[in-house]
Design a protein around this ligand. Structure first.
Ligand code: SF4
Length: 290
């Protein structure tokens, strides 16, 4: 079985085999890992359980962060959706926003999270998977299908560019997480394989250029709130794709463009806290934690 490194090849494979993206990718992973498909799915179930636990943990912890820059953000958002007075968001979107921030806060506390694709972007995938499952009743197998779909998207992008803020800016971390989540949502909602790939592409190309400028070198500001924003961004992309909106620029060309933007991006905006928000007057007053 040959590896799949482009979205074009992935879609060709789904068409010729008449399979869903997750079916093609779980077979590929099974072949590459020399494990059964059931083993691959069990691994994904374990990841799913850790994601669910990170949402619960994130919502049950209180107190400010050691740096004083954040703390109880998810609690504040949760309270708003417990009593939503004329909110623009329905319960699903309220949960997604809350869960994304909760998991990202859990990462800041050094709690257990799934790096998906990185720890800095860890809130985006769990938030959509778990909120959609809770609101629409998707079972564990359906969530695993969506998680494998997201994994396929992340892996194809990772084979073409580095998924690290230090190399490609935050577009390579939260941006890719948002693309993975957008595809996962389309899988959950019964969209086509093509819609899955277009959702991922729409999400990815609309965060192009997002820089990595963490204050005091901590994965906290702007990272925690950004997870909330880009989880909702994923839903926007999925809704467009499910409506039949496609990316004019083909998926693999978008990945190439994002990679190129990462190369062109100033090194000062790639995780070393020497540019952007990290060198604002307020940021300079924050003492890095040991
Ligand atoms: S700003 Fe940088 S450190 Fe923070 S999530 Fe994005 S890539 Fe990671």
């Amino acid at each position: 079985m040959k590896n799949i490194v482009t979205f074009q090849r992935l879609l060709e494979e789904t068409r010729s085999s008449n399979k869903r993206i997750y079916e093609v990718f779980q077979e590929l992973e099974s072949y590459m890992l020399e494990r059964s498909i059931e083993d691959v799915r069990q691994l994904m179930k374990r990841n799913l359980n850790v994601m669910a636990a990170s949402v619960r943990d994130g919502l049950s912890h209180y107190g400010p962060s050691p740096s004083g820059m954040s703390g109880e953000l998810a609690q504040k958002i949760l309270r708003r959706y417990q009593n939503p007075n004329k909110s623009a968001f329905n319960p699903l979107l309220g949960k997604i926003l809350t869960y994304a921030v909760a998991v990202s806060e859990e990462n800041q506390r050094m709690g257990r999270v799934v790096a998906c694709p990185t720890a800095g972007a860890c809130g985006i995938m769990p938030s959509v998977l778990i909120a959609y499952a809770e609101e629409y009743g998707f079972n564990e197998e359906e969530q695993v299908n969506a998680l494998i779909t997201a994994g396929a998207i992340g892996k194809i992008i990772a084979q073409q560019m580095e998924l690290a803020g230090a190399v490609g800016g935050c577009q390579a971390e939260c941006g890719v997480a948002s693309a993975m989540a957008a595809g996962a949502v389309v899988e959950l909602m019964g969209g086509t394989n093509e819609q899955i790939v277009h959702a991922a592409t729409l999400a990815l190309k609309n965060i192009m250029g997002l820089v990595c400028d963490p204050v005091a070198g901590l994965v906290e500001v702007p990272c925690i709130k950004r997870n909330g924003f880009l989880a909702i961004h994923a839903v926007t992309a999925s809704e467009m794709a499910l409506a039949g909106v496609e990316s004019f620029i083909p998926p693999d060309e978008v990945v190439k463009a994002v990679k190129q933007v990462g190369v062109l991006m100033s090194p000062l905006l790639k995780e070393n806290s020497e540019g952007g928000l990290a060198i604002t007057e307020t940021a300079k007053k924050v003492v890095p934690q040991p």
